[in-house]
Structures are given as structure tokens and as C-alpha cells.
Design a protein. Structure first.
Lengths: 279, 231
């Protein structure tokens, strides 16, 4: 059962129109303002008044120990938490390209077209490589083969998978290696041309070579998308992100450029965490 | 989960302590070598000069050891923030200390030549410059030991006094060189020794600059501004 708080009426033009009109001029894509979140209908707050802006075409890393709220915040950004019955936004707003994503006229499905997500465990559908990438477009009602062909090629190229997959597009996606499956999921995400890509520990199940390929891909994708990534790897955050936010016990402790956070953080708690002093 | 001083990985703490301890040891060695070289000159003691020259091998060995320890820490523990700065600073300080010890060797070698000749009383004039350079070195090593950027700044501020003292002392020997034809070679050696002592002071300033970087994360080399908290 979906949380009644989030059962919004479908109103496709509003979200798309707002985003299109704001997209070109805005440097800030996501505005999180004093957001509070609870998994138990407000009894305890998992997120305690988080405020942060996410810049356009930047990779923003969310770091912190387990249970600090980073994944919860990530899932708030495309309302994935709507699927949890007792989940509740207790205060604040989240705006994506100026649109309050919890506004009455915003539909969560419509929102997720603009805010795609890549998960920790790669999850291709048990379909062909081609069908996986084309899935989102077909749901949008696109059936013309030439359009789908172009989109599949473009997305697979965008996900640095085209050379490896072009001769086996009709093969099952499950036959790909783990790293290839994760890149396929990224291709599936970018096929619908979202504005924002959320990544929840996308490399945690991958070997070092596959991780390097996905990291390289993330760096390339920054040119076209705004990326927010949750990672437990300090090295990964420092390698691929432009900005880093450190969370602890549901609070945003420090948010700054990645260079600042990893070279001379302003808050001792951040320094203690990134240098491995939390015990 | 509560923050505490040490790292979760105790081996990491031990590795950091080790590189710091070896660098501090190297700092003591460089000071000792310089002291032996100058005492050899002033006390006309060849054995002290020989000791300064021989002990330079230890400094060379320690510099290599510190580089290896640093590389090991960087590859094994991937230090961040202040830990990273500490490792980099230690490696750079070791390089400066090795060069200071080289200056001590140069001084000791020239001193052996000077003391072969009859005593020149004016040689005692070198003590003033030695005191300035030696204090700067001592303070820069102490600043490294304590991560004390305020003390490091006092070393950097000592540059003018160092230059002035070097100029005065060096000019005195250069003038004597022109008039004292019998001992001109000794006075020339003393001019060189003045230059090497000045170089020791300069290297002490380099160490102090590294300490400021370690402590405040601000690179002040080549005349860059001090961080606001040190102004």
C-alpha cells in the first residue's frame, strides 16, 4: 500500500513544463530545504532538517557511516520512499528545477522520468539487452523501431557498453558480466533522458576493473546529467565527485567541494570520519 | 559511535607514529651534525669535523627510510586530510633535513682545511651567524614535532635577521680576505661557511613552511600569504 501522504494526482504537463522552463537557466538543479523524514510516521526522525543545493552537471557524493541517512535522502529525491507505508516527510521541501516534488499536482511516476536511479545491486530485467534499454521508452508509448534503435544505440554508447553489446543486442541481459549489467542499468536509466541520476552505491557489487569503468562512465555522464551518488568508498567519492556532503545521525554535518572535504574539512567530525577515526 | 583520537586501524596509527618518530630522529641528527661541524671549526677539533661528515650517512639512510615509510602509508592506508598532510610533510621535511646535513658536511670539510692553518681569532665571529641559523633549525624541528604553526611563523619571520647577520659576517671575512694576504685562503673558506650557514637558515624556513601547511592546510611557499589565523 502506498503512503496516502504521497498519493498525488497525475498531472503530466505541470512537472515537465516546469522542468523544461527552468532547465536552461538554473545552475541549481536540486534544492533540499530543511527536510525531515521519518520511517515510523513521525515518531523518530531519520533525517533532521537537511538543507543543501545540488548544482547542475556536477557529481555530488553523499557519504557517512551506515544509518546516517544518506540513502534515505537519496530515495527522497525521486520519492522512492513513497513505497514504504509508514514513511513520512515531516517537514521541509525538495525542489527539482524549481518544482516542489511533493506538490499536490506532482505524480511520483512522472517525477522518476526526470530523476532516474541506479541501484547497488544491478537489476536488469530478464529480457534482451535491447529490450532493457528500450523499456522506459516503450512505457512512454514510443513504438517506432527507428526511434527505439537510435535511442538504444545512443544510450549504450552513453553507458560505454555499445562496443561490447552491439553484436548481441537480442541476447539476454542476464548473460552479461556484473559490471556490464550495471552499465546496462545506467543505459536503461539514461535512455529516457532524465535530468538527474541518483546512484545508490553503484559499484559496491563490482570488481575493481568494472568499478573503474563505471567511475569513468560517471565522470563522462556529468556533461549531460546531474548526478547524486551514495558511496561508502572515500576514495571513490574523492575520485569522481565535485561536491561531497557528509552525514551523521541524520544530520548534514558538512557540505563543500570534494577537494575541501578531503584535504582540510572544516568540521572535526568530518575529518574523523574520512580519516578512519570513528570507533 | 563516537569520535576518538586514534584510528580504527591501530596499524595505521603505528605507521604514522613511526614516520613521525623517524623524522624527529633525523631532525636531531641534522642539528647534531651542524653542531659538530661548527664546534670542530671553533674548537679546532678535527675529530668533530670527521664525525659530522661520517654521520651524514645516517641522515641519507633515514631520508630513504622516511620516503619508503611514506610510500607504504600512502599505498596501504590511503590517508586523508590531516593524515595525508602529515605524511607528505614528513617526506618533504626529511628532504630538507638531508640537505641541511649536507651543508654540515660542507662546513666540516672546509673547517678541516681552516684548522690546518694557524689559528685565526676572528673565526669566533662565525658563532653569531651559527646561533641564528641553529636556532631557526631547532625551532623549525620543534614546530614539526608539536605541529606548531605559530612557532613555524617565528622561524619564517627570522629570515631578515638571518640575511642581515649573514651579510655582516660574510662582509667581514671578505674584507679580511682582501687585506690578510697570508691567510686569504682561510678567509675565503670562512666566507663559504657563512654561505652554508645561511643556507641552513633558508632550509629551516622551508621546514617551517611545511609545518604551516601540515597544520593549516595552507601553502605559503614562495611568498604566498599566511592563513588568516596566523596573521
Amino acid at each position: 500500500m502506498v503512503n496516502p501522504l504521497y498519493t498525488k494526482k497525475l498531472s503530466v504537463p505541470t512537472m515537465s513544463d516546469t522542468i523544461k522552463s527552468k532547465e536552461k537557466k538554473s545552475k541549481t538543479v536540486i534544492e533540499v530545504d530543511d527536510i525531515g523524514f521519518s520511517y515510523d510516521l513521525g515518531k523518530t526522525e531519520t533525517l533532521k532538517g537537511i538543507s543543501m543545493d545540488v548544482s547542475k552537471h556536477k557529481v555530488t557524493a553523499l557519504i557517512g557511516p551506515s544509518g546516517c541517512g544518506k540513502s534515505t535522502l537519496l530515495r527522497c529525491l525521486n520519492r522512492m520512499n513513497d513505497l514504504i507505508e509508514t514513511a513520512k516527510i515531516t517537514r521541509g521541501t525538495i525542489r527539482i528545477l524549481g518544482q516542489d516534488i511533493h506538490a499536490a499536482d506532482v505524480d511520483a511516476i512522472e517525477l522518476r522520468k526526470h530523476v532516474g536511479m541506479v541501484f547497488q545491486k544491478y537489476n536488469p530485467f530478464p529480457k534482451s539487452i535491447y529490450d532493457n534499454v528500450a523499456y522506459g521508452l516503450r512505457i512512454q508509448g514510443i513504438t517506432k523501431k527507428s526511434i527505439l534503435d537510435d535511442a538504444v544505440e545512443k544510450s549504450l554508447r552513453g553507458a560505454a557498453l555499445w562496443d561490447e553489446a552491439k553484436d548481441r543486442l537480442k541476447d539476454s541481459a542476464l548473460g552479461l558480466s556484473g559490471g556490464q549489467q550495471q552499465r546496462l542499468c545506467i543505459a536503461r536509466t539514461i535512455a529516457v533522458q532524465p535530468k538527474v541520476i541518483l546512484m545508490d552505491e553503484p559499484c559496491s557489487a563490482l570488481d575493481p576493473i568494472a568499478t573503474a569503468k563505471v567511475e569513468e562512465l560517471i565522470t563522462d555522464l556529468r556533461e549531460d546529467y546531474t548526478i547524486v551518488i551514495v558511496t561508502h568508498s572515500m576514495q571513490q567519492a574523492s575520485r569522481i565527485s565535485d561536491n561531497t556532503a557528509f552525514f551523521y545521525l541524520g544530520e548534514l554535518v558538512e557540505y563543500n567541494t570534494t577537494e575541501h572535504i578531503f584535504s582540510h574539512p572544516s568540521v572535526k567530525q568530518t575529518e574523523d570520519y574520512i580519516s578512519g577515526r570513528f570507533g | 559511535m563516537s569520535p576518538h583520537q586514534g584510528h580504527i586501524l591501530t596499524n595505521f596509527d603505528e605507521a604514522l607514529s613511526q614516520i613521525r618518530d623517524v623524522t624527529i630522529g633525523m631532525g636531531s641528527g641534522a642539528q647534531r651534525n651542524l653542531n659538530n661541524a661548527i664546534r670542530g671549526l671553533i674548537q679546532r677539533d678535527k675529530s668533530l669535523c670527521n664525525t659530522a661528515i661520517a654521520d651524514d650517512d645516517d641522515e641519507d639512510r633515514l631520508e630513504v627510510e622516511i620516503d619508503h615509510l611514506g610510500m607504504k602509508i600512502l599505498t596501504k592506508y590511503r590517508p586523508m586530510a590531516s593524515d595525508l598532510r602529515m605524511v607528505i610533510t614528513s617526506m618533504k621535511v626529511a628532504s630538507h633535513l638531508e640537505r641541511i646535513s649536507d651543508q654540515a658536511v660542507s662546513i666540516a670539510k672546509r673547517s678541516r682545511k681552516v684548522i690546518k692553518s694557524p689559528e685565526i681569532k676572528e673565526v669566533l665571529r662565525i658563532e653569531g651567524l651559527y646561533k641564528v641559523a641553529s636556532d631557526m633549525l631547532s625551532n623549525s624541528v620543534t614546530a614539526y614535532v608539536d605541529s606548531n604553526s605559530e612557532l613555524a611563523v617565528t622561524v619564517i619571520e627570522g629570515e631578515k635577521a638571518l640575511k642581515k647577520c649573514h651579510k655582516t659576517t660574510s662582509r667581514f671575512f671578505a674584507k679580511a680576505l682582501e687585506v690578510e694576504s697570508e691567510y686569504y685562503r682561510n678567509y675565503l673558506d670562512l666566507v663559504f661557511i657563512c654561505r652554508w650557514l645561511e643556507r641552513v637558515g633558508d632550509l629551516a624556513i622551508n621546514i617551517a613552511e611545511e609545518v604551516v601547511f601540515e597544520d593549516t592546510s595552507t601553502d605559503i611557499r614562495h611568498g604566498r600569504e599566511l592563513p588568516p589565523e596566523l596573521l
